[in-house]
Structure formats: C-alpha cells, structure tokens
Write a protein that binds this ligand. Structure first.
Ligand SMILES: Nc1ccn([C@@H]2O[C@H](COP(=O)(O)OP(=O)(O)OP(=O)(O)O)[C@@H](O)[C@H]2O)c(=O)n1
Ligand SMILES: C[C@](O)(CO)[C@H](O)COP(=O)(O)O
Length: 240
C-alpha cells in the first residue's frame, strides 16, 4: 500500500508577540485570514491529503468555511506547539499507519510555495530520518553580552534557519516526540526531537520568503511577498 499523506497544522497559538486583538492566524492578509491563506497553499499542493488542524479548544474565531480539504479534523491544541502536534498525532492513532508521511506546517507561514511544499514532500518520502525546509543563514551572527552589547561574532558556516513543513514517518515522529517528552528535552520543532534520537533529518533548501508571521511588521512583509510571488495565491472563485 502506498504511504498516505497527513498534514498537521498547529494553529493553537495566541500570537503574543503580534500583540493584536485576536490570535495572529485570524488577522487579514491580502483580504483573507492568515489561516485561510495557509490552508489554501497546502490544498493547492496536496488536495488529497488528510488534514489535522490544531485549534485552541476555546477558539472563538475559527470558521470551518476556511478549510478547503475534504478530509479534515479539528484536534485540540496544547500549552506549547509541541503539545498541539502531539495531540494531533494521538488523534489519528487509529487511522494512521507507521509508514504514513506526516508534514507539520505552522499556520503562521502563509507564504510557503507549492513548489517548496512538493519538494519537501518528495525529500521526506525518500529520507528515512525525514526532512525539513530550511534556509542558510545569510547575515553575520552576533552574540550579545546580556546588556545590549556585542560579546562575540559567531561563525555562520553550516547554520540554517529551520522552516516548515517538516516531514517524517508517522511512527518515527510519534516515537521522537514521546521520547523527548519522557526525557524532558525542550523542543521547538519536530526535527529536534528526531535529532535527539541520534538521527539526522535532511535539510531541503527552501525559499527565504517562507517567513513566520510573528511580529507586527511581518504582516506587511507577508502581504508584499504574496503579491510578488510568481504563483497564484487565490483559490479559484475567490474574489481579487
Ligand atoms: N500552544 C501552541 C503554540 C503555538 N502553536 C502554533 O505553532 C506555530 C508557531 O508558533 P508561534 O509563531 O510561536 O505562534 P504563537 O504561539 O501564536 O506566537 P507567540 O509565541 O508570539 O505567542 C503557530 O502556527 C502557532 O499557532 C500551536 O499550535 N500551539
Ligand atoms: C517550527 C518553527 O517554525 C521552526 O522555525 C519555529 O520554531 C516555531 O516557532 P516558535 O516561536 O519556536 O514556537
């Protein structure tokens, strides 16, 4: 049997750094909520995928009309991003096979391109330890002294920004997150849990404009990026 594709979209954050009147995934980006934009990009790349959308159980903003997937379920978000992802993995335990491929993608990354999504999927299918989109660090890196001054210039050779999606086999990702939890390893992405097992996920060079909308000025930037990208970002029938 061929490996099925699951998408896990953590969307249960509060957007504290954005400081808006609602969680940032519900802020408008080029006329639609960020959540709708991100799901539209994922659907354009993988219309047949099964979606787990991690939402805060108390979320009062979500509208199911923004979900273009035929096969989707809402799963309860947790206290941290990793808890939201773990909750989604647990929710599909009776349906998923260990070899199924799981791509985890932040709802806060609406500018990911269809081309990058498919390249990452293909790389993750071929890599036993999974794969992540990532971008090489382009700036000189400084370490501060805790008082707003430079203590050191850090070598940037071999440094990458971790992006999403991050893709792994279902069984491997469950084992990695359970082990990290049991060992008290703090993780901010899926790859770091897999790394903690002693495995080495592949780095797939992705576009630098796959930014995570985090701070207020990211919103304008994301709007410019969407407008500039050379692929359509509206769903068929969606107003201009
Ligand atoms: N308990 C949480 C925390 C975060 N996320 C999701 O994880 C992604 C990356 O998190 P981040 O950018 O830090 O989002 P927020 O937690 O919303 O932002 P902040 O840290 O500023 O509050 C986002 O898609 C966010 O919705 C989640 O599903 N569950
Ligand atoms: C997973 C991630 O997008 C990789 O860059 C990122 O770590 C998630 O955001 P957070 O601020 O670390 O929760």
């Amino acid at each position: 049997m061929s490996r099925r594709l699951w998408l896990i979209v953590p969307a249960a954050g509060q957007g504290r750094r954005m400081g808006a009147d609602r969680p940032k995934q519900y802020l408008e980006l080029a006329g639609r909520p960020i959540l709708a934009r991100t799901l539209a990009r994922l659907h354009r790349a993988f219309p047949e995928a099964r979606l787990c959308l991690c939402l805060d159980p108390d979320d009062a903003w979500f509208d199911p009309r923004w979900v273009p997937f035929a096969d989707w379920r809402r799963t309860p978000g947790g206290a941290e991003r990793v808890d939201s992802v773990s909750g989604a993995l647990a929710a599909i335990a009776s349906e998923a096979d260990v070899d199924d491929l799981v791509l985890v993608h932040d709802v806060a990354r609406p500018c990911v391109t269809v081309d990058d999504l498919r390249r990452l999927r293909d790389a993750a299918l071929a890599a036993p330890a999974g794969a992540i989109l990532a971008a090489p660090v382009a700036d000189t890196m400084k370490r501060d002294d805790g008082r707003g001054r430079i203590r050191a210039t850090e070598p940037r050779d071999g440094l990458w920004h971790a992006l999403t999606p991050q893709g792994f086999g279902y069984g491997l990702l469950c084992r990695a997150l359970e082990t990290a939890r049991a060992q008290g390893v703090a993780i901010t992405d899926e790859a770091s849990a897999v790394e903690a097992l002693g495995l080495a996920p592949r780095l797939v060079s992705g576009r630098r404009d796959n930014l995570k909308v985090t701070h207020p000025d990211d919103l304008g930037l994301a709007g410019w990026i969407l407008a500039a990208q050379d692929e359509p970002y509206r769903n068929p029938g969606e107003p201009a």
